[in-house]
Design a protein around this ligand. Structure first.
Ligand SMILES: NC(=O)c1ccc[n+]([C@@H]2O[C@H](COP(=O)([O-])OP(=O)(O)OC[C@H]3O[C@@H](n4cnc5c(N)ncnc54)[C@H](OP(=O)(O)O)[C@@H]3O)[C@@H](O)[C@H]2O)c1
Length: 304
């Protein structure tokens, strides 16, 4: 094939693969999503409650829709990225009959119940539905390592995969139920906040002593790396309700947490994190679980 024929074939393929998409909501995240779709050459229609915010997308080649139904009618796949499930509900209600035959990809955060309710609303209007839980900030959109947890029917996910992969290279369908990716997302965030709070409490202690944090991180790296490697065995213990521990049982944790609490108090550092941990461990000991693994504390989270 000569160069001209190859260019023509590439052009045909591009045209074949070009989709009609709509993006509703052009805040920080919606604008980035519209940008990724436009950069991939898709015919993109945009709508935002405050119309001026569409200007950047329009300058990038998007068509501006004046109303929600107009935007939804223009896209076979309709991405929604706004603040809160109530805003999504309002958009779906406004879209009405225009939703029939469309695929709604809702990328708006909320609770699992809200995602399920949104899915019901979309289905009630004849639309297919995918929930997407974006696990990156704006600069990560389109990055090969960016994670998006999706929930919905496998066939719908597979059909739209080339579009969905534009959001992040590590997109995964985690369940048919749209509530599950929401739980995945908030679980990662919950673990992140636990880790960051633990680190920042430690940072308050270490800097009070004048210890350089990077030096601490270098020297403590093997201990810190080992923490992540415990998680699969903790998960196993929780799932099988098998908490018996040969070593490192809760009775050993108790004095160590107490040391951390007293050290914090001695230095005038906030002691609420270790105090909370100590109360969880003390309750497990009082319930007769001194010889159990730390995983036993899942009971305290299940029945506060
Ligand atoms: N930003 C991030 O890094 C990030 C990362 C992961 C996930 N997310 C999620 O992405 C979603 C959008 O976040 P964002 O960062 O883009 O928020 P944002 O910059 O604050 O923008 C909010 C968007 O929601 C729209 N909106 C709010 N209330 C509305 C209503 N009642 N009706 C119609 N539109 C309404 C706003 O429209 P107006 O312009 O008219 O106010 C705007 O387009 C959120 O669920 C967020 O949690 C964001």
């Amino acid at each position: 094939m000569d160069a001209a024929a190859a260019a023509e074939r590439e052009n045909e393929m591009t045209v074949e693969n070009t989709r009609d998409v709509a993006v509703l909501g052009l805040g920080e995240m919606g604008a980035a999503i519209a940008g990724a779709l436009l950069a991939a050459g898709h015919r993109t229609t945009v709508w935002n409650r405050t119309p001026e915010k569409a200007e950047e997308a329009v300058a990038g080649g998007a068509r501006r829709a004046a109303t929600v139904p107009d935007a939804v009618a223009a896209g076979e796949v309709v991405f929604i990225s706004v603040k809160g499930a109530a805003a999504v509900r309002k958009i779906l209600e406004e879209a009405g009959g225009a939703l029939a035959g469309r695929t709604v990809v809702n990328l708006t955060d909320g609770t699992s119940a809200e995602a399920r309710e949104t899915a019901r609303l979309a289905a009630g209007s004849g639309a297919e539905y995918l929930h997407g839980q974006i696990m990156t900030i704006v600069p990560g959109i389109g990055h090969p390592e960016a994670v998006v947890f999706f929930g919905g029917e496998q066939a719908v996910y597979d059909r739209h995969r080339p579009l969905l992969d534009l959001l992040g290279g590590k997109g995964t369908l985690v369940a048919a139920d749209p509530g599950v990716p929401v739980l995945y997302g908030m679980s990662v965030h919950g673990i992140m906040w636990g880790l960051l709070n633990g680190f920042l409490h430690a940072a308050a202690l270490l800097t009070d002593e004048g210890v350089e944090l990077k030096r601490f991180l270098d020297q403590a790296a093997p201990s810190l790396a080992a923490l992540m490697s415990f998680l699969p065995s903790i998960a196993d213990e929780v799932e099988h309700s098998r908490h018996a521990a040969e070593y490192g049982a809760l009775r050993h944790h108790h004095p160590s947490v107490d040391d951390l609490l007293r050290e914090s108090r001695d230095r005038g550092v906030d002691d609420r994190l270790p105090a909370h941990t100590l109360s969880l461990v003390a309750r497990a000991l009082a319930d007769g679980h001194a010889d159990d693994s730390y995983s036993r504390l899942v009971d305290a989270f299940r029945t506060p």
